[in-house]
Design a protein around this ligand. Structure first.
Ligand SMILES: *[C@@H]1O[C@H](CO)[C@@H](O)[C@H](O)[C@H]1NC(C)=O
Length: 207
């Protein structure tokens, strides 16, 4: 019983959350801290969804036309389209026309941009002021690793790691550490959490 609890409760909960959100069945992947999602992504942009249509030989993809409004990471130029699986059960992301999103995605070898439920994708307006500024500073933390802690005990494997405990402390995948903290390398090579607002030049009165 204990072993089962250890290994399966968290993925199950996550799966259920996606089921609620997406009406799906089978997509599951370990969530990444938004900073890790940024660091692992080939492309990070802000873009408004203009249109979407089902494409592919088996209707298995959706091609969204987008209007890119900002690039945080990626190759020169800009993206007009983004692809995802047409079904949430195969990790397809459902995007809404007219909504502007913060998107972390991967580049295919043919140069097309793809997203899945395993990437971090958020409506820009649902992000806090701190998070909006923080995403522009994530590059500084890409030399650090963020280890997700879902049950005690857990620890870090190296000083260049931060422990992500939102699941334990807030019972939520994306809590305070995900939204308002970055894991940044210190001068001695170790990594530590920094509160987003503290890294802004003029201080910040929002929180
Ligand atoms: C793809 O969708 C179109 C339009 O709904 C449909 O006519 C067609 O049969 C579908 N093709 C496949 C392979 O499911």
């Amino acid at each position: 019983m204990m072993n089962w609890m250890k290994c399966c409760v968290f993925p199950l909960v996550l799966l259920c959350m996606w089921q609620l959100q997406e009406g799906a069945q089978a997509c599951s992947c370990a969530p990444l801290h938004p900073q890790m999602a940024f660091c692992q992504a080939d492309v990070v942009i802000k873009a408004k969804v203009v249109a979407g249509k089902v494409v592919g030989e088996f209707n298995n993809s959706i091609k969204y036309d987008i209007k890119q409004t900002k690039m945080f990471k990626g190759p020169d130029g800009h993206f007009d389209t983004i692809y995802t699986a047409s079904n949430p059960s195969t990790c397809g992301v459902t995007l809404t026309k007219g909504v502007e999103y913060y998107i972390t995605g991967r580049l295919n070898s043919d140069g097309t941009l793809h997203v899945s439920l395993c990437n971090y994708v958020e409506p820009w307006e649902s992000m806090s002021v701190i998070q909006k500024k923080l995403v522009q500073r994530y590059t500084k933390g890409c030399g650090c690793q963020i280890a997700r802690c879902t049950s005690v005990p857990c620890g870090i494997n190296s000083p260049a790691e931060c422990l992500w405990t939102d699941w334990l402390t807030e019972n939520s995948v994306y809590g305070e550490q995900a939204k308002h903290f970055a894991c940044i390398k210190r001068s001695d090579g170790s990594c530590a959490w920094y509160w987003g607002a503290a890294s802004f030049k003029n201080g910040l009165s929002v929180y």
